[in-house]
Design a protein around this ligand. Sequence first.
Ligand SMILES: C[S@@+](CC[C@H](N)C(=O)[O-])C[C@H]1O[C@@H](n2cnc3c(N)ncnc32)[C@H](O)[C@@H]1O
Length: 337
Amino acid sequence: MDKMAIESSTSSSEETEGVFRAMADTTRQRLLHLLTLEELNVSELVEIMAQPQSTISRHLKILREAGLVRDRRDGTAALYSASAPVPMGAEDRSLSEDNLSALMLTWLKRQPLPSVTRERLQRVLQHRDASSGASFFNRLGKRWDELRTAAFGQAFASEAFLSLLPHHWTVADIGTGTGYLLPILAENFETVLAVEPAETMLACARQRIEDDGASNVKFRQGDLFNLPIDTESCDLAIAILVIHHVADPAKALEEMLRIVRPGGRVLIVEQEAHENQAFYERMRDLWWGFAPTELSRQLVSAGFKNVRHQPLMKKVESPEAVESPNLFVLTGERPDR
Ligand SMILES: C[S@@+](CC[C@H](N)C(=O)[O-])C[C@H]1O[C@@H](n2cnc3c(N)ncnc32)[C@H](O)[C@@H]1O
């Protein structure tokens, strides 16, 4: 073993020892548990733990030295919280996601607090919020993003915008797949036409709507080259992640124009041009995505006006997320007669 390797293994075993020492005390475990849930000052911890300030301060010092707790100043007070895990490869090596401390904190955070402690914590937080109206959000800052997503997910705001569109519309979801969009379309529009060539997918979509209980979705087996939908009968035609599966996109766009009434709209979501072979093969794609300007040009050639495209925000949420192309949305309007 070279010198650097010996030094690094010594320091990591010292760290491990420090963590075990810090955790070998039930008061410190409880303190750390609280600090995985909330950022708290010493007097708040004194009240929740019902222990003298000198005891709390002594335990906090040990936890801080073990790298399990950090503090920051807020005016004259010091606020304590559990050290947050940092992503692998980041500069700060204090808590990478695979080390003992990070695992311990994650585990602690998931444990239920004893009811007495939980009640005291609630009381302290209520008191704090009552004494300073904005303090909750002041303290929270960027952590609100995490809290909002945990409580409400990420889709609700985009869903809310759908309610701005006219409810009386007839909307076609072409290449609906398993119909993941159908419940929300059914909620927002009077009539929804779900078109899909693959029988298995269509069965999943039907089941989804049966479970959902919506009664305004009509299913049709068919494809983009000969849509089983009357001419000029839709207010909006949607194709999400479908066009890169069709052999002749230009022809498909003309067929979309046919079913849309004058003044009606088209909405397409597509992959940007990419070179990700694994993805291309895995998804059995026919096209390596599209340059947004090129698909826009084709939409204009098909007869749509006011064509616009814009990138969609990419949000990779899980460590198992697949390396995938960027997406863009393309909209256009069928001119009035
Ligand atoms: C990547 S999936 C997308 C499904 C759904 N729109 C979604 O976003 O979850 C592509 C869908 O397009 C359908 N599809 C493929 N070729 C099609 C065509 N020529 N006309 C209509 N749909 C087609 C496939 O069967 C599949 O369900």
